[in-house]
Design a protein around this ligand. Structure first.
Ligand code: SF4
Length: 290
């Protein structure tokens, strides 16, 4: 499967426009995501259509609480990420070791994926665990087959894809599909620290909602990073300005990768959820004991 969203430059570099970063990649080098490569002839994406994590999950794990509740979903994860969060829970695949990168995994044909979903007795598939933008070509090819088979597509994404790629991806999705989008902060500087871009994420969230895809948002509250009530309230205002029916998952952080602050204080989680509930109708706490 050929990589899309890139052009060659006269100096032998390649400009990638799949995500907001717009990497200019020298011959023999990878882009920042670690899975898009300039082989001297063009852009190659050796992990396109290859999935190292395959599972059947409850839909609530994505998390999606207002889309096919109680169902199970075929779930696929691959390698790489378009951001660089120091607290990533899935860093072993988002920033893989060389061993995993070199693993000889077969390439999945979109038609085989449809058979796999059906054989599992399911009617939906999630591109999840790592950033699905990096499988955008595969998703665009598979989505029509998935829809024709009466199944639906779910993306669990950081929404850091470029506006062009987001538009192309959305043209392959329809109103039966869903996404959980991580809004990692509501401060441009914090987003930059995480290797992301707030304006891109805001625009893409709005585009997904405008396209009629069912969208639920996740806000992971990370101590010392995005836990100010003021910043959180600004995010809630933005969400409410789109619709007070958009579900918001306020989720507790646990230490991972290179971020070692203790888990988010549960009282803080509750007070932030109360702020959200004053403007939104569907607010849920995640990762805390009941
Ligand atoms: S997908 Fe993003 S990070 Fe990867 S090469 Fe393209 S622009 Fe760079």
């Amino acid at each position: 499967m050929k990589a899309r969203w890139w052009v060659s430059n006269s100096d032998g570099t390649i400009s990638c426009s799949l995500c907001f970063r717009g990497c200019r990649i020298r011959s023999g080098s990878f882009g920042k995501c670690g899975v898009r490569f300039n082989d001297g002839v063009g852009m190659v994406a050796p992990w396109l259509g290859r999935f190292c994590a395959v599972a059947v999950d409850p839909i609530e794990k994505k998390p999606l609480l207002y889309w096919r509740p109680g169902s199970f979903i075929y779930s696929l994860g691959s390698l790489g990420c378009t951001m660089d969060c120091p607290f990533c829970q899935n860093h072993h695949i988002a920033f893989p070791s060389k061993d995993l990168y070199d693993a000889r995994l077969p390439t999945l044909a979109p038609s085989q994926l449809v058979r796999d979903i059906k054989e599992a007795g399911l009617s939906s598939v999630a591109f999840t665990y790592n950033e699905p933008t990096l499988q955008a070509e595969f998703i665009c090819e598979a989505a029509p087959l998935i829809h024709d088979a009466g199944c639906a597509v779910v993306l669990v994404t950081n929404a850091a894809m470029s506006r062009t790629a987001a538009g192309d991806l959305l043209s392959c999705l329809n109103t039966t599909d869903a996404a959980n989008i991580d809004v990692k902060a509501f401060n441009p500087d914090t987003y930059r620290k995480l290797g992301g871009d707030l304006d891109t994420v805001r625009a893409n969230v709005e585009a997904f909602i405008a396209a009629g895809v069912h969208v639920e948002l996740t806000s992971l509250i990370v101590p010392g990073l995005n836990d100010s009530a003021e910043e959180f309230a600004s995010m809630v205002d933005w969400i409410a300005s789109m619709s007070d029916a958009i579900p918001l998952h306020v989720t507790r952080y646990f230490p991972a990768r290179s971020y070692h602050e203790p888990p988010t204080n549960i009282n803080l989680m509750r007070s932030l959820a109360a702020i959200a509930s004053s403007k939104l109708r569907r607010v849920h706490l995640g990762n805390i004991p009941h």
